[in-house]
Structure formats: C-alpha cells, structure tokens
Design a protein around this ligand. Structure first.
Ligand code: ADP
Length: 263
C-alpha cells in the first residue's frame, strides 16, 4: 500500500460543468528518481579514478621522466582528463540541483560584488580577446544560494566568451524595476537561431556540438542555469540575432531582493 502520486487536470465547460482527469504518475516519478540516482552514483564513482589519473599525469609531466615523443600525448591526456572531470562535476551539480527544485538557501548576496568576480573570471577565460564591462545600476542584495547563483551567472558569462570567437564587447548588466531584479549578459557573437532557443536548457542540447566541445563546453551549462533559477523562483529569457549576438537575461522576483540600504 505505498503512496501513489496523482496528477489532476481540470477543464471547465461553461459555469457548472468540468472534466477532471486523474493520472497515476507514480511509475513515471519512480523511473525519473531512478534515473537521477543512477546519474548521481555514476558521477560520484567516476571522481576518484579521475583524480588518480589526473594526479599521475601531472607528476609524469612535471618530473621530466616522460619518454621522448610522449610530451604531446601526455598533454592531450591531461586535457581530456580535465574535460571529463568538468563533465562529472557538472553532472553531479545538476543532479544535486534536480533533487529539490524549490527554495535555495537564504544567504544575502551582493550582486555588484558577484558581478565583479564573474567579470574577472570571464576576463581570465577570454585571455584578452574580449572587452568585458559591468554595469550595475543599483547594488542589491539577492536572497539565495551564493554558490548556485555564481554558477548560473558565470555560465552565461563564459558562454558569451565561448560563442564570440572573433572577440568583441561583452556587457554584464544588473537593474531593478517594479517586476524585480534582472541580470543580463550581452555578446556580439555567433548568436542562436530562434528555433533552437526553447531547447537550449535541455541537457546536452547544443546548436553545434563540435564548436561547443572545442571551446570546452559540456552541454550542461544552461541546464544548470535552469535548475538554479527554479530554486530561486526566477526565469530566463533569450534574445538573439544569428551572426550578430545574443542577450541572456535572468529575472528575479521582488521577494528575492533586499535593497542595500534596508539590509
Ligand atoms: P555548452 O557547454 O555546449 O556551452 P550550454 O548548456 O551552456 O552548453 O549551452 C547550450 C548551447 O546553447 C550551446 O552549445 C550553444 O549552442 C548555445 N549557446 C549558449 N550560449 C550561447 C551564446 N551566448 N551565443 C550563442 N549560442 C549560445
């Protein structure tokens, strides 16, 4: 007599008639849970072997004991191990975020500081190829989980760098209005065709898998952003013109904001 999970769908006809459909989604729910657990377990189990491999590779490269002609293959093995580590870490983060979709922590995050930190990280990632500006209209405290918010904001900034291969300006913005707080990243890169936009937050969905891999993408970045937003009652909108650039904007509701003076 285990608990069942039911989904109700009510359609009204006129004033006093309604159609009620009850679906038993217990099985679906359990399968989804099994999928999540499986991914979390596999990712977790892969971490130790990866750490060992990365450690030995580093020692071998640094010791000068690598046989002649092995420097390049060793460097490539190092790069691929690093990529796999990033992938495993992203998978773990995503499965942690998926387990509970509501209400992240109650830390108060200074948006201005967070933006400066992300701009520094993006500048170092860009290696001088992009001009990265910060425009924080009014410093605000955002209520949520600092690590998660950093990861969402940073993913958008890194994508702006990755998908502007010929350089160009990147602007990070924060502004507050009566609908809440808004964080946006604008680039003048390759852009996304609007038909792809609704699917960008699916796991492993990439417009161009080759380009994404080349730039170190795991295909999980925007899925992570989506789950962080779900946990902060926030939403994302995307505007893009292929060949001209994109703006990704995160919208936080007023109840997630504390003005600096009130804190
Ligand atoms: P990836 O690791 O591939 O970057 P993401 O989940 O972060 O994965 O993004 C999914 C896809 O969305 C990318 O592969 C890319 O095709 C597209 N995309 C994301 N950000 C941008 C951007 N700023 N400009 C153009 N395309 C983008």
């Amino acid at each position: 007599n285990e608990a069942r999970i039911l989904q109700l769908e009510v359609t009204h006809f006129g004033r006093d008639e309604a159609l009620v459909i009850v679906r038993d989604i217990t099985r679906l729910h359990n399968l989804e849970q099994m999928r999540r657990d499986f991914v979390a377990n596999v990712s977790h189990e892969l971490r130790t072997p990866l750490t060992v491999i990365a450690g030995y590779l580093e020692t071998l490269e640094g010791s000068g004991m690598a046989p002649n002609g092995w420097q390049k293959p060793l460097a490539q093995m190092g790069e691929q191990t690093e990529r796999m580590t990033t992938l495993v870490n992203d998978l773990l983060l995503l499965s942690r975020l998926e387990t509970s979709e509501r209400d992240s922590g109650g830390e108060k995050i200074a948006v201005g500081e967070l933006m400066e930190r992300i701009a520094r990280e993006a500048r170092s990632f860009s290696d001088g190829r992009h001009e990265i500006g910060v425009d924080c209209e009014r410093d605000t405290l955002l209520i949520g989980d600092g690590t998660e918010l950093h990861s969402a904001f940073a993913n958008l900034a890194m994508n702006a760098v990755k998908y502007s291969p010929s350089g160009g300006p990147i602007q990070l913005r924060w502004w507050v209005d009566q609908r809440g707080g808004h964080f946006s990243v604008t680039d003048s890169g390759i852009g996304v065709d609007p038909i792809h936009i609704p699917r960008l937050t699916e796991r492993f969905y990439r417009v161009d898998a080759g380009r994404s891999r080349e730039s170190g993408g795991t295909g999980l970045g925007l899925a992570i952003v989506k789950h962080v937003l779900l946990r902060h009652s926030a939403e994302m909108s995307v505007e893009s013109v292929p060949g001209h650039g994109s703006t990704f904007t995160l919208h936080f509701p007023p109840q997630k904001l504390v003005s600096e003076t009130a804190a």
